[in-house]
Design a protein around this ligand. Structure first.
Ligand code: IMP
Ligand code: MG
Length: 192
C-alpha cells in the first residue's frame, strides 16, 4: 500500500507548527529503485570486503533504514553499530555546528569500518565525524552514502559507495527528514 503525502500533509497540519500547504511533493526515488540500488551497492561492498568482517557504523537517525536494508543484502558477515550527530535542528540548511550526541560502542580498533550516511550535502557533518572515527584506530574507513547531493558541497568528502547522485533539492522519506518528520515514508520525495 502506498501513502499519498498530500493526504499526510493535511492529516498532520493540525498538530504541526510547520505550514506545508504550499509545499509541492514529487516522488523522485521509488522504493523499488532504492531496493535494487542497495542490492548493487551491497554486492560491491561484499566483494571488496570478502574474507573480512566490516563494521557498519550508521549515522542516526537518517541512516537507519538504509543501513538496515544494506546489511541484509550483504553476502559476507558484518557487524553494526551507530553514532548520532546533531547538526540540523528543523532547518533545511546545515548550521555548520555538529555535535556527537551518541558514540559507537563496538571496539573498532584494527577493524575495517564503513560509515553509513543518509545524505551528504555540505559535507560539514562528515568533515567533523571522520577525524573522530579515525581516532578509534580502525584498520580503514570507507564512506557509504545513500545520496550524494553536490550543489551545496563546502567540504571535499570522498564517498566510496554512493547510492544515488542528485544535483539539488530537499529530500524526505526513507530516513530523510524535515524537522524529524517524514522519515518513515518508504519512497523518497523532493519538496519545493
Ligand atoms: P551536511 O553536513 O550538510 O553534509 O548534511 C548532512 C546531514 O544533513 C544529513 O545527514 C541530513 O541529516 C541533513 N540533510 C542534508 N540534506 C538533506 C535533505 O535533502 N533532506 C533531509 N536531510 C538533509
Ligand atoms: Mg542525518
Amino acid at each position: 500500500m502506498s501513502i499519498d503525502p498530500s493526504r499526510l500533509q493535511s492529516m498532520e497540519m493540525g498538530t504541526s507548527a510547520v505550514t506545508e500547504k504550499d509545499v509541492h511533493w514529487q516522488m523522485v526515488i521509488s522504493r523499488d529503485t532504492i531496493r535494487e540500488r542497495i542490492r548493487e551497492v551491497a554486492r560491491e561492498i561484499s566483494e571488496d570486503f570478502a574474507g573480512k568482517e566490516p563494521v557498519f557504523i550508521g549515522v542516526l537517525n537518517g541512516a537507519v533504514f538504509f543501513l538496515g536494508d544494506l546489511v541484509r543484502e550483504m553476502t559476507i558477515p558484518c557487524r553494526i553499530d551507530f553514532i548520532k550527530a546533531a547538526s540540523y535542528g528543523s532547518e533545511k540548511i546545515s548550521s555548520g555546528h555538529v555535535r556527537l550526541t551518541k558514540d559507537m560502542e563496538l571496539d573498532v580498533r584494527g577493524k575495517p569500518l564503513i560509515l553509513v550516511e543518509d545524505i551528504v550535502d555540505t559535507g560539514l557533518t562528515l568533515k567533523y565525524i571522520l577525524p573522530m572515527i579515525e581516532q578509534k584506530s580502525p584498520a580503514l574507513v570507507r564512506v557509504c552514502a545513500l545520496i550524494d547531493k553536490r550543489e551545496r558541497r563546502q567540504e571535499e568528502i570522498h564517498i566510496d559507495y554512493t547510492g544515488f547522485r542528485v544535483e539539488s533539492g530537499f529530500l524526505v522519506g526513507y530516513g530523510l527528514d524535515w524537522g524529524e518528520r517524514y522519515r518513515y515514508l518508504p519512497d523518497i520525495y523532493a519538496l519545493d
